[in-house]
Design a protein around this ligand. Structure first.
Ligand code: UDP
Length: 321
């Protein structure tokens, strides 16, 4: 198959490109490298089935170029900054307009393309659409509790708009489109500059720096190893009768941020000092996916435990940082 991966040079996108290439597909990876990185796809650049365009899915040139492609079988839309850390140079808070546009206009362009080429479409939404959840764990039927104009709203509302756009194409044009809501994912190729909790903690621990805990550290997250997550993406696209459906994807183990520090301490065999800093506005208190739907309909089953995944990730950061 010929598959377009928008955001293919990002952390998740590059793992997806790897899997699709391994499965024998031809992949067109499109990324404007705002938060994606060329280093993530360097090993694929000379592969005969891989093509990279440094391009912006919001642009008119992208629309013209892709309209000329003969066939597109599948489109994955993973293009968006995703880091909420306002101090990160790549945070969506540094690029709020771009974040809103890639999830609105960008989604529109890709859905028009899917309609034109009769391609299957997958929109990568986020657990962020649940905001500060009043339901726990979060099921796909939960509408969320989102601040529409807070500092995270460019991402949260961007993703909610993208979902509405995707379902509008499904309803109006019967586009073969589905949505996945991705929960916290970690693993090799995370960008240290993103300032996500797993990469921050591991890199600080390796360098013997204090661990920066925001707030009390009692807030919880569910951490999914990246290979499990991309397996879910491919299953959501490939499984019959997934058009017009939403799936939570992630891992349903739930850990507080302080528990995460303790696990990293155990794995590294060191005691780490904690530096408690103020919690950012609208930082969700609890987050855990209800994976019943993905398990039942996609046979999705995340296999890598947090300890196993952290060992692989620690190895990666020891080699690269
Ligand atoms: N966090 C932290 N220290 C860090 C980075 C993040 O305590 O150095 C916290 C953050 O406040 C949040 C959780 O860890 O409560 C997860 O943050 P992340 O940025 O990884 O993703 P989010 O789930 O908030 O999108």
């Amino acid at each position: 198959m010929f598959i377009l991966v928008a955001g293919g040079a990002g952390f998740l996108g590059s793992w997806l490109c790897d899997l699709l290439i391994k499965d024998g597909h031809r992949v067109l990876c499109v990324d404007n490298l705002l938060s994606g990185r060329k280093i993530n796809i360097e090993h694929l650049i000379y592969h005969k089935n891989f093509t990279f365009w440094q391009d912006d899915i919001n642009s008119g040139t992208f629309v013209k170029k892709t309209a000329k492609l003969k066939t597109i079988d599948e489109i994955y839309h993973l293009a968006s900054p995703a880091s909420p850390n306002k101090n990160s140079p790549k945070s969506y808070m540094q690029y709020p307009i771009e974040t809103l546009l890639v999830n609105s206009q960008g989604t529109y362009h890709l859905l028009e393309l899917a309609k034109l080429k009769m391609a299957k479409f997958l929109y990568a939404s986020s657990s962020e659409i649940y905001g500060e959840p009043l339901e726990h764990p979060q099921k796909e039927t939960y509408f969320g509790n989102v601040n529409p104009n807070g500092p995270r709203s460019c991402y949260d509302e961007g993703k909610r708009f993208g979902e509405a756009m995707t379902f509008s194409y499904f309803r109006k044009y019967h586009t073969d489109a589905r949505i996945v809501r991705i929960f916290n994912t970690y693993g090799p190729r995370m960008d240290v500059q993103d300032g996500r909790v797993v990469s921050n903690f591991i890199v600080s621990a390796i360098k013997n720096n204090p661990i920066t805990v925001y707030g009390s550290g009692k807030q919880t997250r569910s951490f999914c190893y990246v290979s499990d997550l991309v397996d879910g993406l491919v299953k959501a696209m490939a499984t019959e009768k997934t058009a017009g459906k939403v799936f939570n994807l992630g891992n349903d183990g739930e850990f507080s941020i302080l528990e995460l520090v303790e696990i990293i301490e155990k794995l590294l065999g060191t005691k780490l000092s904690r530096n408690f800093l103020p919690l950012a506005a609208d930082d969700p208190t609890r987050r855990r996916p209800d994976l019943t739907r993905a398990r039942e309909l996609l046979s999705y089953n995340p296999k890598i435990s947090l300890e196993e995944g952290l060992i692989k990730t620690i190895d990666y950061f020891k080699k690269t940082s």
